[in-house]
Write a protein that binds this ligand. Structure first.
Ligand SMILES: Cc1cc2nc3c(=O)[nH]c(=O)nc-3n(C[C@H](O)[C@H](O)[C@H](O)COP(=O)(O)O)c2cc1C
Length: 172
């Protein structure tokens, strides 16, 4: 698929087939896209945690109370280690959130390419989530996404509600 078509057609998916698994080969391609993402000073301060067992899914799902989220057959959590990410000397800025965001975006676009649905989620309960996966010291999470195929019959809305180009681009 053409890259520009891909980014125009991608939509957040909020209706997952709970049964249909994603082939390992496809999952690996999607996760590998995250591995290839750039990060400050190439520190790659991340771990991609794919939750797929029934037992773990049950625990992790409690962090976000939307019914559609509970039917996704996989949940991907990108964990960062802020002791490993780059820190700017001038002011102590730590690049962890930026690094993890780029990795998630690579993964979401690769999933779209493979016809696998995603939905970036921030409105989860961080306390419940970190307890469900036993986060270690220095580990942080900034986003999670379900991964799975859309339910049959689910139709993309096909609208891109975005601000007009002229409103958001400034050329000086
Ligand atoms: C940082 C971020 C946080 C988001 N958090 C949520 C969320 O908690 N729940 C949800 O349903 N969608 C969430 N979304 C999805 C956005 O609502 C969605 O991307 C936006 O409305 C544009 O729609 P589209 O992804 O279909 O193009 C989030 C997206 C981003 C980028």
């Amino acid at each position: 698929m053409d890259f520009y078509d891909l980014i125009s057609k991608r939509e957040s998916v909020r209706d997952y087939d709970p049964i249909r698994k994603i082939e390992d080969k496809v999952l690996n391609k999607i996760l590998n896209a995250g591995r290839l993402a750039p990060s400050a000073s190439n520190r790659q301060p991340w771990t991609f945690l794919l939750v797929s067992s029934k037992e773990k899914l049950e625990k992790v799902r409690t962090c976000y109370q939307k019914q559609w989220f509970h039917s996704a057959p996989y949940i991907l959590i990108i964990i960062g280690d802020k002791s490993k990410s780059w820190v700017r000397l001038a002011d102590g800025y730590n690049s962890i959130e930026t690094d993890l965001t780029i990795a998630m975006d690579h993964i979401i676009l690769a999933a779209e390419y493979e016809n696998v649905g995603t939905c970036w989620i921030e409105a989860y309960d961080p306390k419940i989530l970190s307890e469900a996966i036993s986060l270690k010291e220095n580990e942080v999470i900034f986003s999670i996404t379900p991964l799975g195929y859309q339910n049959e019959g689910y139709k993309k809305h096909g609208k891109k509600e975005r601000k007009p180009f002229e409103e958001i681009v400034r050329i000086i």
